[in-house]
Write a protein that binds this ligand. Structure first.
Ligand code: ZN
Ligand code: ZN
Length: 275
């Protein structure tokens, strides 16, 4: 486990002991993936076309049309499943079943990726039930397994994308929705991609989900126990996004960890009728 990640995890667990298991699972999976030597992927992209597409508001690729074969992610998925099997979890038998499916039934696994990456909820529920795992667990491990591949692409394109204007509420690289946002020390807003973890600048008074710019129908909620992480909501589309305000919470942990550790904010937002 990387020393810095471990320190961050410990700091967060002291603050939010109820999130301990989720935080450790995340760190352990990330560490396991880190140990895998990834070969350089040949991405199926034409850089000139990509640039033109971006200037029109299209992301580099969409999750329904990945620029590499999804089978590249299978060894990573196996590794995650192996890591989880080592734990004393009550869904161990189902994880064993999934491990066997990765070896024996690549078309089933391909279907699984397709349903998770394209947010096909009922299909994901159906496939998860076949394996015997919670859909949220499937979603988590599928997304974790594809991240290292997307990081390669993100790192290759990031500097070029930064030069171009991007004011959309979806990721310029993979087209996914943001999972969380933050305000930096100067109050500038950034969004963090839910799939490839890319971050991009975004206007303060705009809803990333429906582009609403009417400040009267937007607002935020702070939880009582917390300073510095809030729920930004929009009454036009009834969506919400958790946001770290670095002017208050100046030294947050990795955003993915903060996201996992603030499930209570999701519960609060959902109670208020946001999704
Ligand atoms: Zn992305
Ligand atoms: Zn909205």
């Amino acid at each position: 486990m990387k020393y810095e990640s471990l320190l961050q995890a410990k700091r967060l667990i002291t603050k939010r002991p109820y999130a301990k298991d989720a935080i450790y699972s995340f760190i352990e999976i990330q560490t396991a993936l880190h140990d895998i030597e990834l070969k350089d992927i040949e991405f199926n992209l034409n850089e000139e076309v990509e640039k033109m597409k971006r200037s029109e508001g299209f992301p580099v690729f969409s999750t329904s049309n990945l620029p590499f074969p999804i089978s590249e992610a299978y060894p990573l998925l196996s590794r995650i499943v192996e890591e989880l099997i080592k734990k004393d979890r009550n869904d161990r038998d189902s994880l064993e079943r999934l491990k066997k499916l990765i070896e024996d039934d690549p078309s089933f696994i391909e279907q699984l990726y397709h349903s998770v990456l394209n947010n096909k909820e009922s299909e994901n529920r159906y496939l998860s039930e076949k394996i015997g795992l919670e859909p949220s667990v499937i979603e988590f491990i599928i997304k974790m397994s594809i991240k290292p591949l997307l990081y390669q692409l993100r790192d290759r394109l990031a500097s070029e994308i930064k030069e171009q204007q991007w004011e959309y509420g979806y990721c310029p690289i993979c087209g996914s929705e943001p999972m969380m946002g933050y305000l930096d020390e100067d109050g500038k807003r950034y969004l963090h991609c839910s799939l490839c973890d890319y971050e991009w600048r975004f206007p303060r008074i705009t809803c990333p989900f429906c582009n609403n710019q009417d400040s009267a129908s937007m607002g935020y909620i702070f939880s009582e126990e917390d300073d510095g992480i809030r729920i930004d909501f929009c009454r036009k589309c009834n969506r919400y996004i958790k946001t770290i305000d670095k002017r208050i919470y100046s030294d947050p942990c990795k955003i993915e960890l903060e996201y996992i550790a603030t499930i209570y904010l999701d519960i609060l937002a959902q109670k208020e009728g946001f999704k």
